[in-house]
Design a protein around this ligand. Structure first.
Ligand code: GUN
Length: 310
């Protein structure tokens, strides 16, 4: 399935995450329509945003727009930055108990006075469409049924679209966050890859990266990964989304990879923006449909099953 690979004019082909996300969104739309009669309503995703972090505002706006475009219900809770722990936990409890809510997402980061781990853990695991609760993280470790974290699922799906079966590939993930690095390592392992999870204390990082068939930087440091760290012919899935200064006093987004140089070495690479980023919301919508089907005791709609998401 190479229809998301695009010519770059250099050695590497671009892995078009926007095209990939459009494919997933379209399948989710079919699946949502198929589930609606059994549910007696459209699948519903509740998003909770605390405070006014500008990047989070953009994410949440896009989430709402794409949820509605996929024919699903978007429920929005915007709370002030000084919202108390008890108020937030009460809201989550209310959403947990609301039968008309299939998915709950608390946008991260939360303001400093709130303990994100505690808040996330309060979400009903069957509505945890971010896949971040201990239940779903444990299910991933065990290879059991559960909801998988969105960004890492998007990375694995893009790699499979670019390469087909990943069995036996050597994968190096850089970054050990709960949101991306750790679940990405486990998801590539579940695809029969040989996985190295590198991080800020890793020795000989460049040499380790240069052995990877699939390199997955998820660090948040612009242009950290140099062309010399990339094995010729490798696939690069760049999770970094960094805002940097650009000409004319403007800013622009860039990844963790020195992209222009990497284009001459890799065989496939995700651009930033337009690579991994758009996939996160696509997987979130797919997870919401999956949660709706499971909660209603319905089979996964064929359109969703055929995507072969992680
Ligand atoms: N903030 C940045 N990415 C994410 C994500 O995938 N989920 C949540 N809840 N917050 C985020």
């Amino acid at each position: 399935m190479s229809h998301i690979l695009k010519d770059s004019g250099a050695r590497a082909q671009l892995i078009d995450g926007k095209a990939g996300a459009a494919l997933v969104d379209a399948a989710v739309k079919v699946a949502a329509a198929e589930l609606t009669p059994a549910l007696g309503r459209t699948p519903a995703l509740a998003v909770v945003l605390v405070g006014d972090d500008p990047a989070s505002q953009v994410y949440v706006r896009n989430k709402i727009r794409r949820t509605e475009a996929a024919g699903m219900t978007s429920i929005e809770h915007r709370l002030p930055a000084d919202t108390s722990r008890d108020t937030l936990l009460r809201l989550i409890e209310q959403l947990n108990n609301d039968d008309a809510v299939d998915g709950i997402l608390v946008q991260l980061p939360l303001p400093d006075h709130l303990n994100a781990a505690e808040i996330v853990e309060a979400i009903d695991p069957f509505k945890d469409v971010d896949g971040l609760t201990a239940h779903n993280a444990g299910a991933l470790v065990q290879g059991a049924t559960g909801l998988r974290a969105c960004t890492p699922s998007g990375c694995v799906w893009l790699a499979k679209q670019a390469l087909g079966d990943l069995t036996g590939k050597s994968v190096v993930v850089i970054g050990r966050s709960i949101l991306v690095g750790k679940p990405a390592a486990l998801l590539f392992l579940a695809e029969n890859c040989t996985v190295t999870l590198a991080h800020s204390r890793t020795r000989n990082l460049a040499e380790i990266c240069a052995k990877a068939d699939i390199l997955v930087p998820a660090v948040g440091r612009p242009h950290m990964v140099k062309a010399s760290w990339i094995k010729p012919g490798a696939t690069v899935i760049d999770v970094g989304i960094n805002r940097i200064d650009a000409e004319g006093g403007k800013s622009r987004l860039t990844g963790d990879v020195d992209f222009d140089q990497a284009l001459k070495v890799a065989d496939q690479i995700t651009p930033v923006p337009g690579g991994v980023g758009p996939m996160t919301i696509a997987i979130l919508l797919a997870n919401t449909c999956t949660a709706a089907a499971r909660r209603a005791g319905q089979p996964l709609p064929a359109a969703l099953a055929e995507l072969d998401l992680p």
